[in-house]
Design a binder for this molecule. Structure first.
Ligand code: P6P
Length: 334
């Protein structure tokens, strides 16, 4: 990094005035996530060297085998967020229920709830493919001074005050928004500092990449099948290229840089799709929209969906605005 490249810490201070709530609070939140990201990054990068690979022998609320790194990442994010005197509640893909966090004065004065998927794409860990952390931040809606409750977590995505992801790839990046655009920071592991490497990230309006697990083709809704055939037709700038890493953060990140669409639809095997609304779809939708992209369930804007339960799943269409609109047209025909 050149000497004048801005660090994440400098960026937060420069921009905290634009955060519509107490300026210091955003810094504390992002700094907690920054610290946890560095620790998880260290563990992910050395996973092949120590016996941390493989399942921990436990399963999470989704019934999925928990990889040991999942468990470590979950604990690390909970620990760093708990220590910051700003969070009153945490929800995680790896926790059955939300966790209530009281303030040091025991008067429940903390104002924010954080929801996260600590290590998304964890099935890729053993094969050395990039994985990621996804986080979503809201202000509580129940009265300060009372314990946090489920209503504080079941807010529509449009209420988010911040959202982001960390992608542990060929380099480790932290990408986030507070509602004023999207900025990407790359970690210099030699000194443990994130530098502003991708200022004002924009989703190209069009793209030529479509990302989905076509192995489920026979189970897809007719509209998705028709959209896939549209992508494969010899016409104009088509056929498009199919790219699917099997790690949402990685597929999303590539598509935001190059242009593209990610689709995880419902199917006969997954009646609401696979991705979770609160800590995968909403934060990625916030980032996508802030970068000029689009995110829906094929019919309804993701961030307008009223959540009903902590781990609910929704179909997910996300990416370049014009590609998502075209896919929605096929969905609305069926
Ligand atoms: P499938 C990882 O488990 C994940 O939640 C996303 O990161 C990824 O895009 C998707 O599921 C992969 O699911 O069914 O294609 O293996």
């Amino acid at each position: 990094m050149s000497g004048n490249t801005k660090t994440l810490g400098e960026f937060i201070i420069e921009n905290q005035a634009s955060f519509k709530y107490s300026t210091g609070e955003l810094s504390k939140l992002i700094n907690a996530i920054r610290l946890a990201a560095k620790v998880v990054n260290h563990e992910v990068n050395k996973a092949g060297l120590v016996d941390i690979l493989g399942a921990s022998g436990e399963t999470n609320v989704q019934g999925e085998d928990q990889q040991k790194l999942d468990v470590m990442a979950n604990k690390k994010f909970i620990q760093t967020l708990t220590n910051r005197e700003i969070v009153c509640g945490i929800a995680s893909e790896e926790e059955d229920d939300f966790i209530s966090i009281n303030s040091l004065d025991n008067n429940h004065q903390n104002k924010y709830v954080v929801l996260f998927d600590p290590l998304d794409g964890s099935s890729n860990i053993d094969v050395n493919v990039s994985v990621g952390t996804i986080f979503s931040i809201y202000r509580r809606v129940t009265p300060i001074g009372t314990p946090v409750s489920i209503e504080d977590f079941l807010q529509p995505g449009r209420n988010q005050v911040a959202a982001g992801y960390i992608v542990y790839g060929t380099s480790t990046m932290l990408v986030y928004t507070t509602g004023h655009g999207v900025n990407g920071f790359t970690l210099n592991p030699a000194i443990g500092t994130f530098y502003l490497s991708h200022p004002d990230m924009r989703y190209p309006e069009d793209g030529k990449i479509y990302s989905m697990n076509e192995g489920n083709y026979v189970h897809f809704p007719e509209g998705v099948k028709r959209y896939i055939k549209y992508c494969q037709q010899e016409e104009g700038d088509r056929p498009y290229t199919s790219r699917y890493i099997g790690s949402l953060v990685s597929d999303f990140h590539r598509n935001m840089i190059k242009g593209g669409i990610y689709i995880y639809p419902k199917s006969n095997a997954a009646e609401n799709g696979k991705l979770r609304l609160l800590y995968e779809c909403n934060p990625m939708a916030f980032i996508a929209e802030q970068a000029g992209g689009k995110a829906s369930d094929g019919f309804t804007r993701i961030m307008d969906i009223a959540p009903t339960e902590l781990h609910q799943r929704v179909p997910f269409f996300c990416g370049s605005r014009n590609m998502v609109t075209k896919a929605e047209e096929f969905m609305q025909q069926s």
